[in-house]
Design a binder for this molecule. Sequence first.
Ligand code: FES
Length: 142
Amino acid sequence: MAFTYSEKVMDHFANPRNVGEIENADGIGEVGNSKCGDIMKMYLKIDGDTISDVKFKTFGCGAAIATSSMATELIKGKTIDDALKLTNKAVMEALDGLPPVKVHCSVLAEEAIKSAVSDYYTRQGIDPEPIVGKIESAHDHE
Ligand code: FES
């Protein structure tokens, strides 16, 4: 199948930002795509209500790597609330778009952030249920 990626997607695929793990992360999210089996893991360091650091590891396709990279750039230094508002659509727009067959890959990035915040809330003794609901509704964007 022939389709082209934007320059931004190619850049974030070739030079992904914020790759790796955070030791003693405050929240870790791991999500998988049931369609392709790809996996994304997101690590958050949180100070107060701000995401002071974020790293990711993606075992997946180029679009999944590019969207995770862009997503980490978009939430670094932002508040938790802002990070929870980040949609896969916003990540795709920041990358100048994705081919239609690759839209589901961007959903992984949105889900991974929400999953990591949910883990953070659980560790803090805060009910993560509202976020878990949002993770499930993110599937609707696929
Ligand atoms: Fe699996 Fe892209 S093909 S996330």
